[in-house]
Design a protein around this ligand. Sequence first.
Ligand code: IPE
Ligand code: IPE
Ligand code: MG
Length: 253
Amino acid sequence: MSSLEKLAEIPQSDLPGHIAVIMDGNGRWAQAQGKPRAFGHKAGVESVRNAVRFCRQHNVQALTVFAFSSENWKRPEQEVSLLMELFMLVLSKEVKNLHKNNVKLQIIGDISAFSERLQKQIIKAQELTKDNTGLVFNVAANYGGRWDISQAAAKLAEQVKAGELNPEQITEEKLHQMTCLSELPDLDLLIRTGGEHRISNFLLWQVAYAELFFAEEYWPDFDEECFARASLCFANRNRRYGLTGEQIEQQKK
Ligand code: IPE
Ligand code: IPE
Ligand code: MG
């Protein structure tokens, strides 16, 4: 029985509502075939389409993918420009389709570092899909978890400066409200493809109680069967949030 078939038998309430993915391994996938890294990034786009389809078909509320980290600027200039071009192209080509499928697209990260053209494209895409009620699809671009937390702190500092907030009123909840994705359900499942076991400065705040799933497959090979495997694994985890197993059993009754 395939993981996809098994997944069909799991109740919706046991499945992740918010999935995030560190889409790693494009470069190695291409290099393993003697091709340039760019070839892997292009193949990675197809995997993103599959991921969106999987989430729509399985009623996932939110999908958040890591497309470009704040550290990825340090890559060779040629690779950075290719990734930017690809981002432009995908935005202009795919947005209509996302819109047709009722997907709400949001970009998270410091977009001020991108070209005017790309920034305009991002704003236009978000504007077009903002009232859609289906899957919320977040693309993290020039995103860093530490950036996210520090920009949240800066927003609270502004409120303190304006006399709207006392430092004693700063709580986890207040800071949370200023971080990216705070309007969405908490992250349930974080998947990293490509065999590395690290977070690479992705959603540091949001990952607090997410379940982690590390896959050996490079991102271009991560298909819907792999997504089903990760979701099944999630369904079998025991999330205790600091409580004892007995307390959790009690709550279920
Ligand atoms: C992930 O694949 C995509 C981006 C970081 C943009 P990589 O480009 O990191 O691929 P590997 O890890 O070098 O194989
Ligand atoms: C993380 O992958 C960033 C993205 C997937 C966009 P990296 O390839 O940049 O991470 P490291 O350098 O292996 O930690
Ligand atoms: Mg990598």
